[in-house]
Design a protein around this ligand. Structure first.
Ligand code: ADP
Ligand code: MG
Length: 328
């Protein structure tokens, strides 16, 4: 394997188009061994598509994806199979086989990919289920367990072959806050215990900040910012009265991180509303509800937000000449 330093994933100038829609437009991203990388961005911005490139289920039009130093698109079927054994994927629903018990769902992977005998496989299944705190549920079927347990079972299965990388696509989607916090803890725990790198796609900001070592923010097919969690926290917590010291991108990132869909956007929910919805990655119709769907944590906002949103929207829209000087 060529020397790739400590990187397990390296993405260079990745471009992906579906028909005439450019979904990913020159993505550069790297993931280091043992770190948790969180990929954020509004819905439809290409997070899942990016993840699919990392696991080799999609190939880029331009650019390269390297896993463990090797270019995915240049691998033979055999190499690809070997590489796939080194990572695990947790799909949104857990994607369990309904007709198999939780334990057998994990065992199946081991039976397919190893020559271990049945007694050893049994033993390994118990270890994997214990890791996700699900040993008691080994004999239950997917239909008999809760959504959170399904995710954990999916995780046990993803861990079956002792992966070096775990991929998660919206791990807390559809879970209540308590269960989703438990999944967050599990991700942190596994990263620490097993030294596995995690790539987590999420639009849940609480989750993102709880688990990330580094974060990447996608917007319009590009990486708007790639940095440590602390750097993102710095922008999230940037005081409003010094907002002008942030550049346009940083202001946009700050708004996204704080989940500020409340108030000003509701008031502005005409004309520019679809842009605002796009900005926050939310359904346009949600803008009339005045509730944030980005985060459950409310960050108190100063009273002068209206001018800020007006400026933000007018600055970044095509027609930026007329209302850019709104007073606050
Ligand atoms: N297989 C596909 N064929 C055509 N368009 C697709 C396909 N997969 C995703 N897209 C489009 O690419 C964009 C990004 O999708 P996706 O990566 O699923 O976004 P996200 O995960 O950030 O919500 C969307 O506009 C989506 O409709
Ligand atoms: Mg997605």
């Amino acid at each position: 394997m060529p020397d790739s330093g400590e990187h397990v994933i390296q993405i260079e100038n990745l471009v992906k188009r579906f028909g005439n829609q450019t979904v990913l437009d020159g993505i550069n991203l790297d993931v280091k061994a043992g770190e948790t990388m969180v990929i954020m961005g509004g819905s439809g911005c290409g997070k899942s598509t990016l993840l699919r490139h990392m696991v080799g289920s999609l190939h880029p039009e331009e650019g390269k994806v390297r896993l463990f130093g090797e270019v995915l698109a240049e691998m033979s079927e055999e190499q690809l199979d070997d590489t796939r054994k080194k990572f695990g994927i947790l799909f949104q629903s857990g994607a369990l086989f309904q007709s198999l018990s939780v334990g057998d769902n994990v065992a199946l992977i081991l039976e397919e990919h190893t020559d271990l005998d049945a007694a050893i496989i049994d033993f390994m299944v118990k270890i994997k289920l214990e890791l996700v705190d699900l040993r008691e549920a080994a004999h239950k079927f997917p239909a008999q367990i809760s959504g959170g347990m399904k995710k954990r079972a999916g995780l046990a299965r993803a861990l079956a072959l002792d992966p070096k990388i775990l991929f998660y696509d919206e791990p807390s989607a559809g879970l209540d806050p308590v269960t989703s916090a438990a999944i967050d803890r599990l991700i942190i725990d596994l990263t620490n215990k097993l030294g596995v790198a995690s790539v987590v796609v999420t639009h849940e900001m609480d989750s993102a900040f709880a688990i990330a070592d580094r974060m990447a923010m996608l917007h319009k097919g590009r990486v708007l910012m790639l940095d440590t969690r602390e750097a993102f926290e710095h922008i999230r917590d940037w005081p409003f009265d010094r907002i002008n010291e942030l550049d346009e991108n940083q202001q946009l990132i700050r708004q996204f991180l704080r989940g500020d869909a409340e108030g000003p956007l509701t008031e502005d929910a005409t004309g520019d509303s679809s842009y605002a919805a796009d900005l926050l990655g939310i359904d346009n119709s949600k803008l009339t509800g005045g509730r944030s769907i980005q985060t459950t944590r409310r960050v108190p906002m100063p009273g002068r937000t209206r001018g800020f949103f007006k400026r933000l929207i007018s600055r970044t829209s095509h027609d930026s000449t007329k209302s850019g000087r709104d007073k606050q």
